[in-house]
Every structure is written in C-alpha cells, then in structure tokens.
Design a protein around this ligand. Structure first.
Ligand code: ADP
Ligand code: MG
Length: 390
C-alpha cells in the first residue's frame, strides 16, 4: 500500500469519513555547500522522494485534532492554547505536536487564517537522521492551512513561515535550507539557493544519476554545542579579516585568494574553519557550469573534496562517517560521496550512476557492516517535487 492509500485509510479509521484533502511534502538532502548557510553561502539540495502524507478535513469549531500515525498519538489544540503550548485540556504539548502547532502560530502571527482542521499524517522520512523530517511536517501543515484558509503564498514565503515556526516556537535554530528544499523541490532538478539574497534557481540532475543516502545511525550528543562553536569561529574569522578587508560582512565576501593572503592573521583553529567555508563556497560556485554541462565526474570530485574538508578542516566528521565515505568512494559507479548535514553522525550522500545504484547500495551496506559491525540504512532516492496538494 502506498503512503497515500495508507493515510486515507488511517484518516477514515480516526474520523469515520473520507478526508477532504491530501498533501505531501518531501524531506531533503544537501549535495554541496555544507556549513555555509550561516556564512551567506550557496547550498545545492534536492527534495527527495521520501515524504510525509497528511490527509485532512475542516474541523469542528476552533479545535484542531491531529493523529500522528507513526507515533500512535493524538492531540487537540485551539488558537487559545497556542501561547501556553498546551493541548485543549491544558496538558503540555508533546514535542511532536509543537511542529504543527508552531506552524499555526507562525501563520497567525503573519495574519493568515488557520481554520480548525482534523488531520492524520504518516511519513517515510526517517526522524532525526538529518533528512529534514521536521521541515516536511511544517511544509505539509502550511499547505493544509493554505488550502482551508483561502490564502495563497509562493513556496519561498511558505518556507520562511515554517522556519519561523521551528526557530521561534519549537526552539530549534535551523537555517532556511530545509524548508526551502521541501517547499521548492523539482523533479530531477537540483536546487541552488543563495542564502544571503534567498534567490534560487534549479539545475539539471541527469536521469542516469541516483542519489544514494546512507545512514550510519550514529548520533552524537553535544552536536548543538559543537555547531555553535563552529559558528563562533566563523564570526571570529570575519572580525579579524575585516581589519584588512573592511568591506566584508561574512565569509561569503572573502575570495580564496584574499583568504590565502591574510590567513596567517588567524589563530590556527579559526583559520581551518574559515578555510573550509571559503573553499566550500568556491566549490559551490564551480559546480554550476559542471552541472549545466552534466559533468558528473567533475561534480563528484567537488563532493569528495567537500568531505575531506569537513573531516580535516571543519572537523565535524566521526569515524563511522569516514568509513561510509571511504567504502563508497572505492565502489564502481560512485562519482562522489560525503557526509551531509551538520555532522557528528547521521547520513552520507552519494552520487551514483543509476544502473549501478542497487549493486552499490548492497556493497556499501556490506562493506560498512564489515568495518563497523553495524548495519546501515540505505535509501536510493531521486529528486522530487516540493510540497503539493494532491
Ligand atoms: P530531522 O533531521 O529529521 O528534521 P529533527 O530533530 O529536526 O530531525 O525533527 C524530528 C522531529 O520532527 C521528530 O522528533 C518529531 O517531533 C517531528 N516529526 C518528524 N516526522 C514525524 C512524523 N512522521 N510524525 C510526527 N512527528 C514527526
Ligand atoms: Mg529538522
């Protein structure tokens, strides 16, 4: 049974009738441009064909009732219970319910109508693996309220409202990439986002390419502390470099040549962090003509360089991610492999010749398990459309 069929059946089970509407919203994976979003750089994500499906109908009075099928949990809330973050009976909202409630809050802050709804949802985006299951939930609910609310916003505006919900209501400090990719994804196309201007366009991803995601299933604690330290090091680099380069506002404004000229002014650790960012932004610029020409071999080299840089300069890898990448890079059909997302665990992304994707996936799983003793989770993905009403 497809997720579409499953969610209609589940909605009927919960609410005793057929849902009025169904939306789907995808997760995402980033191919190039890692740890550059908060330095005003460029990112190259795709929306993946793993997604949340939400079936819904108008609700009764002002009460929104949701069933999270994957968690076997239900919740009801109203506009009045949003600020205290409780359910309709006054109990604290469980974490998973903060995402849809946060979307309702952000939409209302923007003056948009959020009529009560009854909804049920299920997803095959793994949770907490760095494939943005949270952004998929947010984009599904923004679309649901758009459908019932009688207003319409362009996808980037919907993404910004989802990010606001996650930053300010859920309390997670994420950039705009996740919601952007889930909202703006296009079939067989890579997205290119300028994180400073929010201008974006798409680039071709050849049909004979598969995107293989490999989840180490390793999760390290302290990730948010390390993340904040990296951000502080980048700010420190800008502060010192701006004494020589007064017009720079972020590392985005520093060319590799200018960086090399002044790098000795920086403390060693700060220099390594900043070098990753400056060179990664340059890689993401060099990638554009390669993708336009369909030169996957050269594009793949940039992906491999990105991993080396994340491992040695930005120091956000862990042995399991390095093993997954090393095994991948030794296999036939692999153009490029690297850790994706914040690091310290989670997934690698691999650009693979499509006809070799199945063989690659089984060899990668076997090779990784041989080395580490743990079986990974492997997903063969393609670039999919963004969130949509079905
Ligand atoms: P990710 O990298 O997957 O986005 P996050 O920690 O940002 O990881 O978000 C995961 C959270 O999003 C989950 O803990 C849950 O609260 C919410 N979520 C994701 N998928 C679902 C789902 N299928 N049903 C209910 N809540 C979900
Ligand atoms: Mg998330």
């Amino acid at each position: 049974m497809s997720l579409h069929e499953t969610i209609i059946a589940k909605f009927q089970e919960c609410f005793g009738e057929v849902p009025a509407h169904v939306v789907r919203a995808p997760g995402r994976v980033n191919l190039l441009g890692e740890h550059v979003d908060y330095n005003d750089g460029f990112v190259l994500p795709i929306a993946i064909d793993r997604e949340i499906w939400l079936a819904f109908s108008p609700g009764d009075m002002d009460r929104t009732t949701l069933s999270a099928v994957d968690l076997s949990e239900d919740v009801s809330f109203t506009p009045e219970t949003l600020l205290p973050k409780t359910d309709a009976s006054g109990k604290d909202l469980p974490t998973w319910a903060l995402y849809p409630a946060g979307v309702m809050w952000a939409l209302r802050e923007a003056g948009l109508a959020t009529p009560a709804l009854r909804g049920a949802y299920t997803s095959n985006v793994p949770q907490g693996s760095g494939l943005s299951s949270s952004a998929a939930v947010e984009m599904a609910f923004v679309l649901a309220w758009q459908t019932l609310g009688g207003w319409e916003l362009p996808p980037m505006e919907r993404a910004l409202l989802g990010q606001k919900a996650e930053n300010q209501y859920v309390g997670v400090n994420c950039g705009i990439m996740d919601q952007f990719a889930s909202a703006c994804g296009e079939q067989d196309r890579l997205l290119h986002l300028d994180c400073r201007s929010l201008e974006w366009h798409t680039l071709p991803l050849p049909n004979d390419i598969a995107i293989v995601i490999a989840d180490t299933k390793m999760r390290r604690a302290l990730t948010s502390g390390e993340y904040n330290k990296r951000r502080a090091d980048c700010e420190e680099a800008v502060r010192i470099l701006s004494q020589k380069l007064p017009r720079i506002k972020s590392l985005r404004d520093v060319s590799v040549d200018a960086f090399n000229q002044y790098a000795t002014q920086l403390p060693e650790r700060v220099e390594k962090r900043a070098r990753h960012v400056v060179e990664e932004i340059e890689r993401s610029v060099r990638a554009i003509p390669l993708l336009e020409q369909g030169d996957m071999a050269e594009f793949g080299k940039l992906i491999n360089q990105c991993h080396t840089s994340l491992r040695d300069l930005y120091e956000v890898s862990i042995p399991e991610l390095d093993t997954m990448v090393e095994v991948a890079q030794s296999l036939p059909g692999c153009y490029g492999a690297r850790l994706t997302g914040a690091g310290f665990g989670g997934c690698t992304v691999n650009v693979i010749a499509r006809e070799q994707a199945d063989a690659f996936s089984s060899s990668l799983a076997a090779g990784y398990e041989d080395e580490t003793g743990f079986p990974p989770e492997i997903y063969v993905c393609s670039a999919s459309r963004g969130a949509e009403l079905i």
